[in-house]
Design a protein around this ligand. Structure first.
Ligand code: UDX
Length: 468
């Protein structure tokens, strides 16, 4: 099929490259000229495992092209995917302005029958609005063609997006008639060899499925974090408790790692949008609010543990931070718990020496502070540092030289926010070892030490100022 993809972010580019790889003729469209020039030269503008190779190969085979021209890119398209971002708007809702603008521009130029498929995460009802927009504008233009709108949300996780696309757990297709569903079934046939993965539904259900999925994932993470916070003070060890949970087939093994809370470009944003949508419909959604609250304060617990270790005084202290990306496998720092912690440490007067294998350029271009040094290696970050905090679960942080750390850190302690070293006996090497659900003090305990201990991640700097 001839496919046009509008938007070459994570979703658009992965979708375009993988559909080209499976034999379609794909044109990716973006109004960022520099990005398109880079892609034409084979440069993927972000880190995503396997994507460079797929883009290069599909380009060589002539299946994947790039353009900034909407008319040129969509001229022959049987299917046009809309894969523009929908960040949080000023009212907390998803900002679908750029998406609607793009649909408007399309409605001005399309002159042949085609299916417009919304990949972006959008509030239920958006596809219907876009359909109405096409119907009105094409009718007004007497364009003589029919454009149908479908919903096909993505479930790609950064760091494994190509594999997720090639081997999807499910493909969600929302349409208003069977013929459109059939078109998408044909397109996705190579990715659904046993014919069991494609789930058909109406437009609104497909749009909602994406929010529901991210809410469920966020709920699991916040619940395991809360259980970990309770386990510690009760003398229980969250490590084996997690094993018990994961081995229960009713619960399942994934999204049960306690840590510093979830970040990234999707979970926090989609939770906010869902809460807003619920509010608009008069639903109080108490669970969704709690998921967010637990997540916001989780990174505060890491901060509080370090603060307690330094007896509340950060002046003259230097903290090494391993990991800036919101998770391993990506250079994405959007809503990264690591950056929230670093900001809080800097505001409190500490120096920070941070290291990340690939996310440092992203930090350099968006956040500078005289107290923050970006190191060239994990070891270099620890030179002249008092303690180490591990915030991202990169492979290279899994087996550090603990003896070297014990002799290098000025006040040897590891704040292991990702529970990477849970089975290690670091005490015998002279390293104090703090982990969520084991030795990070629960918030209630900290209240007795610091009555104004921040509840919310965003409140950390303000709370500290009030305290001072
Ligand atoms: C997520 C969804 O998984 C994906 O389906 C959707 O399309 C986009 O949003 P992504 O943002 O790439 O993908 O990250 P994900 O791997 O889901 O992790 C989200 C956050 O949760 C990360 O900060 C991660 O570190 C954290 N997390 C994840 C935990 O703290 N514990 C876990 O057990 C799992």
């Amino acid at each position: 099929m001839n496919i046009a993809i509008i938007g070459t972010g994570y979703v658009g580019l992965v979708t375009g490259a993988c559909l080209a790889e499976s034999g379609n003729s794909v044109i990716c469209i973006d109004n960022d000229e520099q990005k398109i020039a880079g892609l034409r030269a084979g440069t993927v503008p972000f880190h995503e495992p396997l994507l460079d190779a797929v883009v290069l190969q599909a380009g060589r085979q002539g299946n994947l092209q790039f353009t900034t021209r909407l008319d040129e890119g969509t001229r022959l398209a049987d299917i046009v995917f809309l894969a523009l971002g929908t960040p949080t708007g000023s009212d907390g809702n998803a900002d679908i302005g750029p998406l609607l603008q793009c649909a408007h521009e399309l409605a001005e130029i399309l002159d042949h029958d085609c299916l417009v498929v919304v990949k972006s995460t959008v509030p239920p009802g958006t596809c219907e609005d876009i359909q109405a927009l096409f119907d009105t504008m094409l009718g007004r233009r007497a364009a003589g063609c029919a454009v149908k709108v479908a919903s096909n949300p993505e479930f790609l996780a950064e760091g494994s997006a190509v594999t997720d696309f090639r081997l999807p757990a499910r493909i969600v297709v929302g349409t208003s008639d069977d013929a459109d569903a059939e078109t998408l079934k044909q397109l996705y046939a190579p990715f659904d060899p046993d014919g069991t993965r494609l789930i058909e539904m109406n437009l609104r259900s497909a749009e909602f499925a994406k929010y529901a999925c991210n809410a469920m994932l966020a709920a699991r993470i916040s619940l395991i974090n809360e259980l970990a916070n309770i386990a510690g003070p009760l003398g229980a060890d969250i490590g084996p408790v997690c094993q018990v949970l994961k081995s229960d087939p009713r619960i399942g093994p994934r999204y049960l790692e306690p840590g510093a809370g979830y970040g990234g470009s999707c979970l926090p944003k989609d939770l906010r949008a869902l809460i807003r949508m619920a509010g608009d419909k008069g639903e109080t959604a108490p669970m969704l609010h709690s998921i967010e609250e637990v997540n916001r304060r989780q990174v505060g617990l890491v901060f509080n543990a370090i603060e307690k270790y330094f007896w509340g005084r950060f002046q003259g202290r230097c903290v090494a931070v391993w990991g800036l990306a919101f998770k391993a496998g990506t250079d994405d720092i959007r809503e990264s718990p690591s950056l929230a912690l670093i900001r809080a440490l800097l505001d409190a007067g500490a120096q920070v020496r941070a290291y990340d294998p690939i996310a440092e350029p992203a930090v350099e271009s968006s956040f500078t502070h005289p107290g923050l040094v970006l190191a060239d290696s994990a070891e270099q970050a620890c030179l002249d540092a008092d303690v180490l905090v591990v915030m991202t679960e990169w492979e290279e942080f899994m087996t550090p030289d603990f003896r070297w750390l014990a002799s290098t850190l000025r006040s040897p302690a590891i704040f292991d926010a990702r529970n990477l070293y849970q089975d290690k006996d670091l005490k015998s090497l002279g390293l104090r070892h703090y982990q969520p659900g084991r030795t990070f003090p629960a918030h209630s305990m900290l209240k007795t030490v610091w009555p104004q201990a921040p509840l919310l991640r965003d409140d950390i700097p303000q709370a500290r100022q009030q305290h001072a």
